[in-house]
Design a protein around this ligand. Structure first.
Ligand code: SF4
Length: 680
């Protein structure tokens, strides 16, 4: 059977895959993200593409119906809500699993035709703080790093990132580069010792949310020892004095690190020119996430360690198309093509390009606020696409209750039963990976094709088509009359060109007229472009901004700090990876990793059950005793749900607090009481 060249649907590394309908899966040796490598999840993709558990027919109130009936009802309920309560009475909640073309038309429908910006995405949980930090520092959401920089760096600092489990192929690339160049150094900054720490020369076991104190300490050290690049700062950076003054004001000891550890970190960082600082959810998923990002960016800007090979800050995204989604305005506070929702000229351009009857004028509801608006009764019609917020959002019990209160809920998904789908009035069967065509953008801005290599079930439709079908039923057929994802991609490229007069990063001109079917993985704006190499940024004066960042106040909490995250072999709520027996063999059941002394104090031995409680909920997890987790902290994976386990569902314990700038939930900041659980 011939193999089709496509892209892995899991993490933001965006590995190339060669696949066929008989389940054959190989790494694509020619894809520049992975050069043939795959991790355990990617290699097991062939075990996840059967029809077991698939949603195969549209359903209304649990009964199979025709597509026409289902689409009629969705269109009628959304139109009615808009007519009776206004455009802000409806909302879409979408997903980093969607392809760029799906995202584009969903945003076009909500922002340009319904006239609300109430469309947010589960990528809000993944990288919103990086987006906000980039915009504050660079004037645009530009990720300057590339994967090749990781191999060229002399020092890689991995902050809040368990790369070995969450971006395994990048971890493999760093390990290979380190084997080739033993002088390369890796520092892992993480409250928990992880598989990634094993690759590192130094593991800095930072206090939770100690990142600002650490990078402010580094900035103050760089200033005190005159190791800034003042020529670079003078020419290309604003805000230097205020940022350094704020850094000097904060106390590096609040990082939780010893003076010796801090001194070693400062010496390595300041003594190495080629430094890449990689950061992920430990930075982003925090009440101070955007400030953490800017504290990191400040150090790179103050030393000119940006815009050069082997050098720079690098946010790696969790999801396969978190980057593509933000390119087409997939967040409630963005417009397509990195255009600015707050800018009237940008709004005018998008409205006229789309020939849209209305355009949203203000930012919409971000994820947490969106579901609070469901609970309050503001939202009368909600459409959830390709994601499972009833278990994946913080305070998930309250989110499930909020969804249940919405008068009309549509869910499009590939699976028949999900915690969110069970709350829907209408279920719309979507095509799955391997059955649909489109593009995704990985963490290094590389656009790759996903290509169908198998037939979709008879009644499944690609997400872009479902969205366009609803738009047509709402009366906007002409604006959503695409004959396939290629036409949507061409419109996206044309919008980028229409916006060329604005000073922006997202230039897609190289994709004009491209052979969509034959498209090779390509970075925007071009493969050989290095952002900020000329010292030019995207603020109006072309300078970057350093921000004065105050370290978050330390507060006393009762109980254990609950750090949530991923297992090596599972993806999100396991609707796909849960099908692969060999993936389940790694860590087969929900657990809480706990320090040996804490376990001893609770009278818990390895394998006992732990009951975790707080005001948000309760769950029971198997105790895994390990000194990888620090005292008074717990780590628990977030994959288990009401559907796939009778226990172990942790997002119900995470409070719905967010970063004040980005709105990204602080998914690692819950506190719980823990005790030994004995079934009576
Ligand atoms: Fe897929 Fe990420 Fe693994 Fe690559 S590293 S195979 S993109 S899950």
């Amino acid at each position: 059977m011939s193999l089709t060249r496509t892209t892995c649907p899991y993490c933001g590394v965006g590995c190339g895959v060669l696949a066929s309908a008989d389940g054959t899966i190989q790494g694509d040796p020619d894809h520049p993200a992975n050069f043939g490598r795959l991790c355990s999840k990617g290699a097991a993709l062939g075990q996840t593409i059967d029809l077991d558990g698939r949603l195969l027919e549209p359903k209304i109130a649990g009964s199979n119906v025709s597509w026409d009936d289902a689409l009629d009802l969705v269109a009628k309920k959304f139109s009615q809500a808009v007519a009776e309560h206004g455009p802000d009475s409806v909302a879409f909640y979408v997903s980093g699993q969607l392809l760029t073309e799906d995202y584009y038309v969903a945003n076009k429908l909500m922002k340009g035709f319904i006239g609300s910006a109430n469309i947010d995405t589960n990528s809000r949980l993944c990288m919103a703080s990086s987006v906000a930090g980039h915009k504050r520092a660079f004037g645009s959401d530009t990720v300057p790093g590339t994967y090749a920089d990781l191999e060229q760096a002399d020092l890689i600092v991995l902050v809040g990132s368990n790369l070995a489990w969450c971006h395994p192929v990048l971890h493999q690339r760093i390990a290979a580069a380190k084997a080739d160049r033993p002088e390369m150094r890796v520092i892992n900054v993480d409250p928990r010792k992880t598989a990634t720490s094993n690759l590192a020369d130094i593991h800095l076991q930072i206090a939770p949310d100690g990142d600002v104190a650490l990078f402010n300490g580094l900035l103050a050290h760089l200033a005190d020892t005159q190791q800034m690049d003042m020529d670079y700062v003078t020419q290309h950076v604003n805000g230097f004095d205020a940022a350094v003054a704020a850094a000097r004001h904060s106390d590096a000891a609040d990082s939780g690190l010893s003076a010796a550890d801090l001194a070693e970190f400062y010496a390595l960082w300041s003594g190495t020119q080629k430094v890449v600082t990689v950061y992920s959810q430990g930075v982003n998923q925090s009440n101070s996430g955007t400030d953490k990002v800017n504290a990191i960016l400040n150090c790179h800007l103050a030393t000119g360690r940006i815009g050069k090979p082997g050098c720079g800050p690098f946010s790696v995204t969790g999801q396969p198309n978190a980057m593509g989604g933000r390119e087409v305005g997939g967040l409630a506070n963005m417009l397509a093509n990195h255009l600015d929702l707050e800018n009237p000229a940008h709004r005018d351009l998008v409205q006229s390009f789309w020939d849209a009857p209305v355009l949203c004028q203000t930012a919409g509801l971000k994820a947490i606020d969106l579901f609070e608006a469901c609970a309050s009764g503001q939202i009368k019609a909600l459409w959830v696409m390709s994601t499972n917020p009833a278990v994946s959002l913080p305070d998930a019990n309250a989110v499930a209750d909020a969804i249940a209160k919405v008068p009309f809920v549509a869910v499009s998904d590939i699976m028949e039963r999900t915690d969110t789908g069970d709350l829907a009035d209408v279920l719309l069967p979507a095509s799955g990976w391997g059955e649909k065509n489109g593009t995704v953008t990985n963490s290094e801005r590389r656009i790759s094709r996903q290509r169908a290599f198998m037939e979709a079930p008879e009644h499944a439709r690609p997400d872009w088509q479902i969205i366009c079908d609803v738009a047509a039923k709402m009366g906007w057929g002409a604006a959503f009359d695409y004959n396939g994802p290629e036409a949507i991609f061409a419109e996206y490229v044309a919008l980028s060109q229409a916006a060329a007069s604005f000073e922006r990063d997202l230039d897609l001109s190289q994709f004009e007229g491209i052979d969509y079917e034959a498209m090779q993985p390509t970075q925007w704006p071009s493969n050989d472009h290095r952002f900020f190499a000329d010292g030019g940024f995207f603020h109006s004066d072309r300078k970057a901004k350093m921000l004065p960042i105050a370290a978050p106040a330390l507060t006393d909490h009762v109980g254990f700090r609950l750090n949530t995250g991923r297992n090596r072999d599972q993806w999100h709520t396991m609707t796909r990876t849960g099908k692969a027996p060999r993936l389940g063999a790694h860590l087969a059941e929900p657990y809480a990793q706990i320090h040996p002394q804490d376990a001893a104090e609770l009278g818990v031995t390895n394998g006992d059950l732990l009951r975790l409680d707080n005001a948000n909920g309760q769950t029971i997890l198997r105790a895994l005793i390990s000194d990888q987790t620090a005292r008074r902290q717990l780590f628990a994976p977030m994959h288990w749900t009401r559907q796939n386990s009778s226990r172990g569902w942790v997002n119900g314990l995470v409070p719905a607090s967010t970063d004040p700038v980005s709105g990204q939930p602080a998914l690692k900041a819950g506190y719980v009481a823990a005790q030994k659980f004995s079934a009576k």
